[in-house]
Design a protein around this ligand. Structure first.
Ligand code: PMP
Length: 391
């Protein structure tokens, strides 16, 4: 069909630059090893931190929910698509997170869009870390509030922004709990102190900390013992929780407000019963099997140290998100391609996901990897890294 030549031109120049990427379909379940193009390779690119995508209890819960409630819900939550399952899960999640209430949305992305676009008006200001996730950036684009961006995890820059914001009705400071491309943890205690000093609200996006940091994986707020001092926590059910969805954990009034004003909540159909039942079983798994989180962190230390010993630049990561920073975009993709050839699936990440000149291969180990498998992966990194003159 004619009409899209202008798009194809741009795609062709991306191909010429070596930065065009095809999707990589998995031919297996999402585990420590996956099948790609008929070949079994080590998975180092998923967010399946605890291996829950295939946890037997969660699969069983999903199967039972399908049998009992069917495959879909047939409506948005506010019309006919709220099942008792949804509300029971939200109560359980609130208890787990030590917050008054939670509201589950279709994804972490839409959770950020819903909260940011609904609770602020043009009388307010939102103050955001420059490296916050795209869903926060897009959420902010949807508000009529004034915006200020502070330098990455820079408390001086944050304080300046707070000082300049005295005239607004509400100041909302937003940060990722764990930054998704660098794996560093936000200095939340200091951020909270500044917000208390300047009477600002604090919001944390804990997508990469849920199931990873804090007691039983309760997230960065719990990790830093800040329960009750962070106004809004956004989490995802799509990463360590192993299924799909996002949530806002906050007060009952925030939940009620989102039900009335959160556009992604209002206008998009609710999660299928199997999704909610599996997420609910995941909370039980987090409470019953804390050893999964211990294993995740052991594997993280082993693998990160291994990469560093080989001479790779792993940036400022202090979590399982471990980037191998290469700089040049095409080179990052070459490294990723070579790794796949040597049996490791680790995706290259480039602009606009990270800044230009900061291209990388991002790795995430899971609780499911064995030391032997991780050593195999390190051997592949060594071979590929040397061939490409990265180390
Ligand atoms: N916030 C952060 C920090 C993320 O890394 C992601 C996932 N890419 C999201 C939000 C979106 O979560 P989801 O995949 O559930 O939409």
């Amino acid at each position: 069909m004619k009409g899209f030549e202008y798009l194809q031109e741009e795609l062709d120049s991306m191909k010429a630059e070596g930065i065009f990427r095809s999707l990589v379909p998995l031919e297996s379940d999402q585990g420590a090893k996956v099948v790609i193009n008929g070949k079994e390779v080590i998975q180092l690119s998923s967010n399946n931190y605890l291996g829950l995508t295939t946890h037997p209890k969660m699969k069983q819960a999903a199967i039972e929910a399908v049998e009992k409630y069917g495959a879909g819900t047939g409506s948005v939550r506010t019309i006919a698509g709220t099942f008792s399952l949804h509300e029971e899960f939200e109560k359980k999640l609130a208890e787990f997170k030590h917050t008054e209430a939670t509201l589950v949305l279709q994804s972490g992305f839409t959770a950020n869009q819903a909260i940011l676009s609904s609770i602020l008006t043009k009388e307010d200001v939102v103050i955001s870390d420059e490296l916050n996730h795209a869903s926060i950036i897009d959420g902010i684009r949807l508000t009529k509030a004034a915006r200020k961006i502070y330098k990455h995890v820079d408390l001086k820059s944050l304080e300046e922004a707070l000082k300049e914001s005295g005239d607004y009705r509400k100041r909302l400071v937003v940060t990722d709990g764990v930054f998704s491309m660098d794996g560093n943890i936000a200095p939340l205690p200091e951020i909270v102190e500044l917000c208390e000093k300047y009477d600002a609200l604090v919001m944390v996006d804990d997508a990469h900390a849920s199931g990873v940091l804090g007691r039983n994986g309760r997230g960065t707020v719990d990790h830093f013992d800040l329960n009750g001092r962070v106004h809004i926590q956004v989490g995802t059910l799509s990463k360590a929780i192993g299924v799909l969805g996002g949530y806002v954990a906050s007060t009952q009034s925030v939940r009620d407000y989102l039900i009335h004003k959160g556009r992604p909540f209002l206008f998009s159909t609710s999660h299928p019963p199997a999704v909610t039942a599996a997420c609910s079983a995941a909370i039980d798994v987090l409470l019953e099997e804390p050893e999964l989180i211990d294993r995740l962190w052991e594997n993280t230390k082993f693998f990160k140290k291994g990469l560093q010993n080989l001479g790779f630049d792993t940036g400022r990561s202090d979590t399982p998100v471990t980037p191998v920073v290469v700089g040049d975009e095409a080179k990052a993709h070459q490294l990723s391609d070579k790794l796949l050839e040597y049996g490791v699936f680790a995706q290259g990440i480039a602009f606009p996901t990270v800044a230009k000149g900061q291209a990388r291969v991002r790795t995430i180990v899971t609780a499911e990897h064995t030391k032997e498998v991780l050593q195999e992966a390190l051997d592949a990194f060594e071979k590929a890294g040397k061939e490409l003159n990265i180390i």
